[in-house]
Design a protein around this ligand. Structure first.
Ligand SMILES: NC(=O)C1=CN([C@@H]2O[C@H](COP(=O)(O)OP(=O)(O)OC[C@H]3O[C@@H](n4cnc5c(N)ncnc54)[C@H](O)[C@@H]3O)[C@@H](O)[C@H]2O)C=CC1
Ligand SMILES: NCC(=O)COP(=O)(O)O
Length: 322
């Protein structure tokens, strides 16, 4: 049984949760929603008291650990008064996974600015989960679809600051955590990592910027000295093509959009966000709260379904390894 958080209640979370249940109710994986049962419509709902009870209910109704919200929910219009409940849902799901009562945590999208306004100190789930279920290494964001895996070394920060923060050590640390997760959770015996360059043409031998030679190449050299099959810096404009992608198992990218633009363009509906470096498994859809279409019935549940399926596969791989 997977624990699915409520996410932003005014976003598309409630409707895609219901659609995901419809798609998975027969063949699974089973999941329990930690949220306000009153927000789910169009499918039968079973209010349950535990993940164990949810297991039995799943084939017939969407099981919900009912956590009523203090403020009324209007689709597309988040209310900061509900922010504490949104965060508690994440904490509770993580606790269930840490206790072994949920196989993994799958998160519905949160509206980050609303949580920030309510005092949430993290830029997103990834960092919060690092605090709740870290293992002594930084939590690392990976987005994965059948044709591509990408890992941004810097994530939710202004681009100028992200570039200023890049060091060979930071890049190598993210690559090592990715390497270990690909071996442990994804069953890839010798992961191949392609490290992206920063500048056009990966710096064109230093004529288009110094960072590729001064920062990225030393990171690749460090990784290779440790026996990791890393290559790069690769010119970012060609490393995501259909011809290039079979040459690596994950692309280590230097900033958010360098990683997320290719994967969302390639497969927005099949893309899944996975947090590496945690003691638990966490996945989520690759998209956000989609406030512009919340409540209209236009939201696709496919990325959430892919996230639930991948979470179940990763949890099984970890159980087998243990
Ligand atoms: N894991 C998480 O909690 C994530 C949260 N976010 C948050 O979501 C909020 C909105 O972010 P945006 O940049 O607007 O991205 P978004 O992914 O919410 O929306 C971008 C566009 O894609 C469409 N879209 C997204 N998901 C869809 C779906 N399942 N079916 C059909 N159309 C869909 C939306 O309608 C919108 O036009 C922000 O606060 C952001 O931080 C964004 C990404 C991940
Ligand atoms: N753009 C990806 C994203 O916002 C996901 O962040 P997180 O909430 O999973 O840390």
């Amino acid at each position: 049984m997977l624990a699915l958080t409520m996410g932003e209640p005014a976003g598309i979370g409630p409707e895609i949760s219901a659609l995901a249940w419809q798609a998975l109710r027969r063949d699974g994986p089973g999941f329990v929603l930690l949220g306000d049962a009153g927000l789910v419509s169009g499918v039968p709902v079973a209010r349950v008291a535990s993940p164990e009870e949810a297991e039995a209910a799943f084939p017939e109704a969407l099981p919900v650990l009912h956590r009523p919200l203090p403020a009324p929910v209007r689709p597309g219009r988040p209310d900061p008064a509900n922010a504490p409940a949104v965060l508690r849902s994440i904490e509770e799901a993580v606790a269930l996974a840490r206790e072994g009562r949920a196989g993994a945590v799958v998160t519905n999208p949160i509206q980050k600015a609303v949580l920030t306004a309510a005092g949430f100190p993290h830029p997103g789930h990834t960092e919060f989960l690092g605090e709740l279920a870290g293992t002594g290494v930084p939590p690392v964001m990976m987005l994965a679809c059948p044709e591509l895996r990408v890992v941004p070394v810097t994530v939710h920060e202004p681009l100028a600051r992200a570039i200023a923060r890049l060091t060979p050590e930071l890049i190598a640390e993210h690559a090592r955590i990715t390497h270990d997760a690909l071996r442990r959770d994804f069953g890839i015996a010798e992961p191949r990592l392609a490290v992206a360059g920063l500048n056009p043409h990966a710096g064109e031998a230093g004529t288009l910027g110094h960072e590729d030679e001064a920062i990225v190449a030393p990171a690749v050299a460090m990784l290779r000295a440790e026996g990791i099959a890393a290559t790069g810096p690769h010119p970012p404009d060609t490393m995501f093509t259909a011809l290039a992608r079979p040459g690596y198992d994950a692309a280590i990218c230097l900033y958010h959009d360098q990683a997320l633009i290719p994967i969302k363009t390639l497969d927005m509906e099949g893309g899944v966000n996975v947090t590496l470096g945690l003691s638990i498994i966490r996945t989520s859809p690759d998209h956000g709260t989609a406030l512009d279409i919340a409540g209209t019935g236009r939201a696709s549940p496919n990325s959430l379904i892919a996230a639930l399926r991948l979470a179940a596969r990763l949890a099984e791989a970890r159980r087998n390894a243990a």
